[in-house]
Design a protein around this ligand. Sequence first.
Ligand code: SAH
Ligand code: SF4
Ligand code: F3S
Length: 377
Amino acid sequence: MKYFIVTFGCQMNVHDSEKIAGILENLGYKCGQNREEADIIVFNTCAIREGAEDRVFGNVGALKKQKKINPNLIIVVCGCMTQKASTAQYMKETFPFVDIVIGTHNVPNLASYIMKVKAKQQKRMLELWEEGEIDESLPYSRSSGDNAWVNIMQGCNNFCTYCIVPYVRGREKSREKENILNEIKQLVLTGKYKKITLLGQNVNSYGKDLSPSVSFAKLLKDICAIEGDFTISFMTSHPKDLTDEVIETIAVEDKIEKYIHLPAQSGDNRILHLMNRKYTRETYLEIIRKIRERVPNCRITSDFIVGFPTESEEEFLHTMSLVEEVRFDSIFAFMYSPRENTVAAKMDGQITEEVKNERVNKLLALNKKIQMEDGKK
Ligand code: SAH
Ligand code: SF4
Ligand code: F3S
């Protein structure tokens, strides 16, 4: 029996797929090479932009034929996209050959859902749990070579007005520091992992919800104190929570990679405010200045959204000038995509696709030019 997992979206989803792989291997499945030979296919979906969702629909739709040829094939759709009740329902109705539709919080129960479908006790199911406690017990089947992803927290509390993540991943919950340290000790002991990448939507707010609270800097220092030959990196940092202590820790700890992904999203203060990002262009630039002063060789990358509702040409040019001023090692630039139930999706002044397209191309061209000039590509 073989499984095949198709993962969309961010590193957290990639890591969740390692969890799903662990569950399937516990059930006796082996990792298959492609979907054609699989007995169970899992789509771990992403909802961040409309394009991500369209790709999922396309991929799932294409399985209809395969299910006809092999009626015992089990198809599972899970992840951020199906955590939205309306999309989950649509998925179930539109693709009657999909067996299991579940949300982000149901993964711990995946084995029992599969058993039920296999035993034909339940033909098809749609289960959407509300968020629960962090599950510490699940096995992982890691597949990222000498890099090991380690979740330090789940969810997000920030409600940036364009973003769906808080709705589909729930509120911020940090793992206990001891559990994280133990996991990393075990990983390092295997000798297989040379790189530990800490994951969270906003790693800099790690530990605020623990009692007693623990700072992200303290977590980093404790990880660095683990003996062994390995490096540490982390993502994603939110500028509003990146403390001087974290910058100092990056500067002094040899194990920490001199790299920081620090999404700015926009270079314009009115748009940043509308996005609910809670920093200004000036405070962002001040953080960059501090990083460069304390960690001179630090690579810095960023994310930007163009065409946020009401963004004027002049405001877009402020994003261009920020990119020019910082000269990032690289950036990701996205066209704003309205997401169900988010504040920005309901705003007046939505920008046309044509203008968004123009702006994203300009921004990417600028990034390329800077990379060439600075010899970064
Ligand atoms: N937690 C991280 C990023 C999560 S999503 C952070 O706060 O930075 C990754 C990136 O997708 C974001 O940085 C943003 O640039 C982009 N993104 C999120 N929602 C989007 C939307 N509705 N339209 C376009 N891009 C979006
Ligand atoms: Fe989304 Fe903002 Fe949370 Fe990042 S910090 S996941 S952009 S709401
Ligand atoms: Fe996508 Fe969910 Fe990650 S929406 S970007 S897979 S947290």
